[in-house]
Structures are given as C-alpha cells and as structure tokens.
Design a protein. Sequence first.
Length: 402
Amino acid sequence: METIILKKSIGRLATCLALAGFQLAATAADTGTDLVIAHIYSRTGIMESYGKQTQDGLRLGFEYATGGTMKLGGRNIKILEKDDQGKPDVGKRLLEQAFADEQANIAVGASSSGVTLAMLPIAEEYKKVLIVEPAVADSITGEKWNKYVFRTGRNSTQDAVAAMVAIDQQGTHIATLAQDYAFGRDGIKAFKSALKKASLVHEEYLPATTSDFTAAGQRVIEKMKDLKGRKILFILWAGAGNPFRVADLGLERYGIEVSSTGNFLPAMAQYKRFPGMEGATYYFYDIPKNPANTWLVEKHLARFKSPPDFFTAGGFSAAMAIVTALKKTDGDTSAVKLIPAMEGMSFETPKGTMTFRKEDHQAMQSMYHFKIKVDSEVAWGIPELVREIKPSEMDIPIQNKR
C-alpha cells in the first residue's frame, strides 16, 4: 500500500513539475516574443503626407516612452507598416490580415476617416484594440463605435467647438466649404451643432480631389455679398487641393473673411495670405510646453531637419497611450485586460495630458485658439497662441450607443 501511495505521490509531483516547467517556458516565451503593432496608414494617395507624419510620430513616441530601447517588458516593439492607399476596402483587408495572419497584438490607424470606419468591425470581430489616429469623423467614436475602439486623435466636434471660440459671435454670418466625405460631412455637422450665436447661411461640399474652387467660391459670394455684419467663410479641408484659392476671387471686396482650423505645415503656407485670421488648432509645435513636446521638437529637428508637424504629435500620442496601457496590464495585450485599463486612463503626450473618456473612448484633450502671424522668413502662417482651450471648457457630447 505504501509503495502504491508513494508511486502516486511521485507521479503527481512529476506532473506538477512538468506543468510548472511548461508555465515557466510559456512565460519566458511570452516575454521573448515581439510586441506587434500593426499601423494601417496612407503611405500613398491623397493623404500620404499625413500618413508619413503619423508613422514618424509613432516610432518617436515608442522611442521616448521606452527610453530609446524600443522594448517593453522584455519584448521588442515591432511595427508592421501597411499602406491602405486611402481605400476603405484595402484598409479593412490589411487589418484583417494583420490580426489573423501576422499575430498583431494592437493596431493603429488610419489616416482617412473612410478607411477607419471600414476597419472598426474588424477590431470587433478579432476582439483586439484599435487605436484610432488621426481620423476625425465623429461617427468613429459615435454611431459606428464598438468597445475595442480608442481614439487619441481629436474628433470633428472637438475641432468645431474649439473653432467656435474664435468666430461664434452675435451678428456673424458663416458659410462653410468642406470635402464631400466622412471627414467633411461629420465636421460641418459638428460645426453646426456647436453654433450658438452666429448664423449659418450656406454650405459647400466638394469632392476630395477638387482642384478648381471657382464655382464654389462664386456661390459663397452670391449668398453673402449683400448680408450686413461680419461675414466668414469657414474652410474644413484635408489632403490634396487648395481651397484657400477662393480668396483669388476677391472675397475681401465683399467683406468676407476666411477662417479655418489648424493644419499641417505645408498647407499653412496659404495662411500667410490671411494675417490676423483666427481659428483653433489641434497642435502646433511651438505652442504646448511640456517635457514630451520639448523632446519631440528637439529630436525631430535633429533627425529630420524640420519641426514636428500636425500628425507627428498624433502618432506620438498613440504610442504613449499603448505603452501606458501595457504598463497597467503588465504587458497583457488581451482586450479583456486592456479595455478596463484604458477606460478613464490618462497619459502624457506632446499636447500635455490626455484622458480616454470611459463612455466612448474618445481622448479628451486641449485645443488652441490662435491668430495668424506672418513672418517673411517662415514658410507658413504662424498660429500664435491666444489661449489654450482645456477639455473642461468643451462640452463634447457622447454620441455612441453603448
């Protein structure tokens, strides 16, 4: 009997040791495997410049957050770069490929709102977290949202509410010019919802590939030329094309001013035509004062011989969100751990502190009221800070159906 008991005890001990050995081996394997981040963005297409900035920022953000090691919890950070070409069907397929075949743990993207909207169901299907950067359409964290979606980029309503600080005044008449797709439509919808004092008298929507803005400009003039009071054409545009050429039609002869949001530096070359123009911006490298932005500006100038741009800061912020979240979960990339860790989570960015709102996972963040200054030695109109618009000052509605 004692021999039988002894044999059973030895057998149980061997099994326990084997299981322990397997668990240790599995833990070692986990810490040794790469942390795979799929970045779906426009390396080509009309938003190519946006994509490159985001990619540069993402890498710089991981570098900053890891002290230059590009490792987290003993794992190498591996970024899969995928070109969606600005096409929703391509972005959807690439994200599915990354999750299904390439073992991506987390995804970041996309440059285009249309592409991003196509990607949202894939994150839900594979139950993996998607960090949305820099697409801004409200519907991403609104009616099309699911719980696997977190957005570090600002949404259209944040743009719109911030813009109101500069131009929503009694007796002001506003016309809008925007692109006829998710970014433009959602943006103007948010803009209209945010208006409290001024009146909206006309809306123009044009294809994203538009190069001739003459007809649209003439329609704006016809609608506004005889109005009394302040008259503003608000332009909301992304990617290719130069809608600011409507000024060639002599808007000033009819007392029509131009206003817009901030933009990436090459696009703001057009702002030099409008000294004193007021608006609100998501980011300009010389505005925020914090350690992350100081590091980013210095590193970017040294590495690329130019300051970081609009979407560079966004990519950086996405990396900071990922690292902050994985430190909270001890490296666990499963959505069941990440989602509760990220809901309500605050993290540092080049814009200062952002916080993922628990209800819709939209990052609450500062915006900046600016006035354009012109310097002959600077290639773009300089958005000088009037004041920081803090998250607590902006009433950003929760638009999803959780």
